[in-house]
Design a protein around this ligand. Structure first.
Ligand code: FAD
Ligand code: SF4
Length: 455
């Protein structure tokens, strides 16, 4: 963020007055004095958190609607009101947005006759390969501004003002408009056609796979989501990308990204702190908070923590099905887990955390967001990743030396949360499976004995 702000100021040349202050209030005061204007002459885009929105309203500046999303807050409110008592489902929101914006539509019908190409988009990693074999992504080159940011961060650490977590690796993410356009072009040209099929797959030696790396520039406001959508449609129009990839990407951006943004406001400011439907009370252990992947034996978790330590990034399956799944199984406290996700990811903001972490990953809202918990054992991880092959554990075993901590953890989780989940008809089958396990006590005992130690 510092790098982005300072690059923005440099790009704007004399049109920018760049102010460094300890608080927004002080910064705006300084700006008004420097420019000889009143607070009421200042126009701001509506900020992206409750606290900042409160502040700009107190200051008496002019507030314009937030930018950077496809669906406006007014359109979302109209859509939500039109639902009456029906659930605010992603699928319905996404279809309404496609219709309203006329994206991938043939009249009133979705292009290709289907809204959803998930069946084609759930491939496992290619067998016998270590990577998808795609060209190395385009990377930004650090400059004097990045150097200055690093020096300022080191000084703040030295002065005890902040504590950082993670490795000081090279800056991988776009922080200028020009860099954002490079990343978009590179993605569309080299990775888009594999995006759909391998969207949910994970490979240990290929951290990017076919993902776009666009969350950082989009969240920083350097790239409008509609520009990204238009670029992928153009590639498809030219015959250089399949519809399943193009639709899959648009679903993420126009669907998921906008959906979690609007839910942040819709669910309310106390959503994170009031949600703990599964009574999750475990404090996050230090090996987890400090991203000490090297202390973890479980190959999937060890690699993911290390990836996050190295780059502050992992794609959505490691976030949801490895980190989120582990936090869910272990009963990590939801507000603390949300705070942790916000601290360790480069693209994190409060608005993106609420629905993704509390609702999706932890099922802490008891089913407002997801119809059932995203809990999974080693079988899922073995199918969608290539971690299990080199692991000391076996995904099919739940007890003993080689018992997979995710598999044992899955059954222990179901056993612990049975009272809260038994009314959910989508959990009926897994809960029946629990009753059929002859070695359930042994599996639970193994989980209990490990406690919060690294698996
Ligand atoms: P791609 O896989 O190329 O997807 C394209 C774009 O779709 C992304 O750039 C992103 O803008 C958008 N997108 C897709 N899914 C989501 C989603 N669920 N929520 C919001 N945007 C989405 N995304 C963030 O931007 N910041 C976060 O802090 C963040 N935390 C997450 C935590 C959890 C537990 C989960 C399950 C998901 C989280 N996501 C977050 C969503 C998603 O994982 C990232 O947006 C994505 O991995 C970023 O990489 P990419 O740009 O290469 O995305
Ligand atoms: Fe992860 Fe279990 Fe597979 Fe090991 S065996 S990589 S712990 S899922």
């Amino acid at each position: 963020m510092w790098s982005a702000m300072r690059h923005c100021a440099r790009d704007l040349e004399e049109r920018a007055v760049y102010i460094r202050a300890d608080t927004y209030r002080e910064g705006l005061g300084q700006a008004a004095r420097r420019l000889g204007i009143e607070a009421s002459d200042i126009v701001v885009s509506d900020p992206t958190s409750y606290a900042a929105r409160r502040l700009v309203r107190q200051l008496g500046v002019q507030v314009e609607p937030s930018r950077g999303f496809v669906t406006s807050e007014r359109d979302f409110a109209d859509w939500a009101a039109s639902r009456g008592r029906k659930r605010l489902l992603l699928e319905d929101f996404y279809r309404a947005a496609r219709r309203r914006c006329d994206v991938l539509m043939d009249g009133d019908e979705p292009t290709g006759g289907r809204w959803n190409f998930d069946a084609e988009n759930r491939l496992s990693p290619p067998k016998g390969e270590r990577t998808l074999g795609l060209p190395e992504p385009w990377w930004p080159t650090e400059d004097d501004i990045d150097e200055e940011v690093r020096a300022d961060l080191s000084a703040a650490v030295g002065a005890g003002e902040i504590r950082l977590v993670g490795a000081a690796g090279p800056r991988r993410f776009a922080v200028t408009r020009a860099e954002a356009l490079h990343v978009l072009e590179d993605f569309v040209r080299h990775r888009l056609s594999d995006f759909g099929p391998y969207e949910d797959a994970v490979m240990r030696d290929d951290w990017v796979m076919a993902h776009s790396l666009l969350s950082v520039p989009m969240n920083l406001g350097l790239l409008d989501p509609m520009e990204a959508i238009e670029a992928v449609i153009e590639q498809w129009d030219g015959g250089d990308a399949g519809l399943s990839s193009v639709e899959g990407f648009i679903r993420q951006v126009m669907g998921w990204r906008d959906y979690v943004w609007h839910l942040y406001w819709h669910l309310g400011e106390d959503y994170v702190t009031r949600s703990n439907a599964l009574d999750a009370r475990t404090a996050l252990p230090e090996w987890w908070t400090d991203l000490r992947g090297d202390e973890v034996t479980a190959s999937c978790l060890s690699s993911t923590l290390t990836d996050v330590r190295e780059r502050g990034w992992a794609h959505h399956i490691p976030r949801l099905m490895i980190l989120g799944n582990w936090a869910l199984q272990q009963g990590y406290e939801p507000a603390e887990t949300t705070e942790w996700f916000t601290r360790v990811f480069v693209d994190a903001y409060p608005w993106v955390m609420a629905a993704n972490v509390v609702g999706m990953a932890l099922y802490a809202d008891g089913g407002t967001m997801a119809t059932k918990p995203y809990a999974a054992g080693g079988a899922y991880i073995n199918r969608m990743t290539n971690y299990c092959k080199g692991c000391a554990y076996r995904p099919t075993e739940r007890t003993g030396e080689r018992g997979c901590p995710f598999t044992a953890g899955y059954w222990a989780f179901l056993d612990r949360t049975r009272p809260q989940l038994q009314g959910n008809h989508r959990m009926a089958q897994p809960l029946r499976g629990l009753d059929r396990l002859a070695d359930l006590d042994e599996a639970i005992d193994g989980v209990r004995r490990r406690g919060t130690d690294p698996p």
